[in-house]
Design a protein around this ligand. Structure first.
Ligand SMILES: C[C@@H]1N[C@@H](C#Cc2ccccc2)[C@H](O)[C@@H]1O
Length: 438
């Protein structure tokens, strides 16, 4: 181990109530919304092949033309209550909302820049009604904040000259001011989801970022900050030079999911996922592989089975409406969650040998096991290997307790659950009440 001043300040998981609440969420919603939502990946009749929220970086658009979008941002169809209701029906327990993406446009009327909603035709703060509506719907709010800020002339990708250094000092002050402003304005928010922290200029700010993280945690006890915020003094990100996780949970799982529990290293983590392959902001074309409800449910099940949260992204349009495809996905996910949420909320890695038919979760603090079935074998026989000296006292279908199963024990602590049919059309859950053999 090397001695570090600005590495991880804690080993192992946080054990406080605020983090336990975060750990129990299971399912979250991500919202990417801003000026990029107006063009939706298209400009002058041409389609931008990258992620729609990165269109400003495309050489097919002039920066000034993009920045002028602020004069056209007027989301008259924005309805925070309707957004929150759709998220609640989907079963999201938290939402991560972009307060400021890489383009630097602020969805709140920040005092520290004019590049905000206050300078748009809409004028009004968008974050407060969102926080209030989601909280009222029983959904916690995490604020997404991009350190990289293309609108700020003091931002630098790297610090090469004295002028760079002077400018970046101004930028660091601006960044701290905005973050403290967000914490002051929205006191019920539970965490900050940082992005845009990979460039050298920021990676070199280990001491400043460490001090700022400490200051924010003092300001908001229980605040949840992921591994993407800061680097250690050797430039190590997510995991410090000693391999210890920076922050409270791992933020490396962007559009990907671990396959084994060993990849998780005993940490908390979230997977943030797009519905198209790689589009976070509204994308008019909606082309390529669009994930189905069952595909997204399997991602959710896999994340929770490996101790993570699954955060599904929505990209509202520039006018504040949510596209019908996303609303119908939310509805279908919600219909499944209405029956099966017990296998998701407050659940964790079950510690059982993975099986091909799907995923195990376990209700935290109990011996209750859930079998989330996605791949019914032609035999209809689902293999279950329990810890030695553990037996199944009851097995039934979640949502249909009268549909019980009598496990066939094939050897010590290994059984088959024989399905009554192999023609299931959608994922389902079997509950196993287990007990230690006396
Ligand atoms: C949560 C996601 N992170 C952002 C990014 C990125 C990115 C940047 C460079 C290379 C690969 C990915 C996306 O724009 C979205 O906000």
């Amino acid at each position: 181990k090397v001695s570090l001043v600005h590495g991880a300040h804690r080993t192992g998981r946080r054990t406080d109530a605020a983090m336990a609440r975060w750990r129990a969420y299971g399912l979250g919603q991500f919202i990417h919304w801003g000026l990029y939502s107006i063009p939706g990946g298209e400009w002058d009749g041409k389609t931008y092949n990258g992620a729609a929220e990165w269109i400003r970086s495309w050489d097919g658009i002039t920066k000034s033309a993009y920045d002028s979008l602020i004069y056209h941002f007027n989301p008259v169809k924005f309805d925070a209550t309707a957004w929150a209701a759709a998220a609640q029906q989907m079963g999201a327990k938290y939402v991560t909302i972009t307060t400021k993406h890489h383009d630097g446009f602020c969805l709140w009327p920040s005092k520290y820049t004019s590049y905000t909603v206050a300078s748009s035709p809409y004028k009004k703060d968008l974050i407060k009604p969102l926080v209030d509506a989601y909280n009222k719907a029983g959904i916690d709010v995490i604020l997404y904040f991009s350190i990289m800020d293309w609108s700020n002339p003091d931002w630098r990708y790297d610090i090469k000259t004295k002028d760079d250094s002077i400018a970046f000092e101004r930028f660091k002050k601006f960044t701290r001011n905005q973050l403290l402003e967000l914490l002051e304005r929205y006191p019920t928010t539970k965490g900050l989801w940082f992005d845009g922290t990979w460039d050298n200029a920021w990676v070199k700010q280990a001491a400043f970022a460490d001090e700022l993280e400490t200051e924010m945690r003092k300001m908001r006890p229980g605040l949840i900050i992921g591994s993407r915020f800061r680097a250690d003094e050797n430039g190590k990100r997510h995991f410090d030079t000693n391999g210890q996780l920076m922050g409270d949970y791992e933020q490396g799982w962007e559009r990907k999911i671990p396959n084994t529990i060993t990849e998780v290293h005993g940490n908390d983590w979230d997977c943030v996922m797009t519905v198209p392959e790689n589009q976070w902001g509204y994308n008019a074309a909606w082309k390529g592989h669009i994930k189905t409800t069952d595909e997204l449910l399997e991602m959710l099940a896999k994340c929770v089975s490996l101790d993570g949260n699954f955060v599904l992204n929505f990209g509202p349009k520039g006018d504040g409406s949510i596209r019908k495809e996303e609303l119908s996905l939310a509805r279908e996910i919600g219909d499944w969650m209405a029956v099966n949420q017990e296998a998701i909320y407050g659940c964790e890695y079950a510690g059982l040998e993975p099986q091909n038919w799907g995923y195990f979760t376990k209700k935290t603090g109990t011996d209750k096991i859930y079998m989330l079935v996605f791949n019914v074998p032609v035999s209809g026989a689902l293999r279950v290997k329990l810890p030695v000296q553990t037996s199944i006292s009851k097995a039934y279908r979640l949502g249909q307790p009268a549909q019980t199963f009598v496990p066939e024990e094939i050897q010590a602590s290994e059984s088959f659950i024989h399905l009554k049919t192999t023609s299931e059309k959608h994922p389902f859950v079997i509950v196993l009440e287990t007990a230690k053999k006396t």
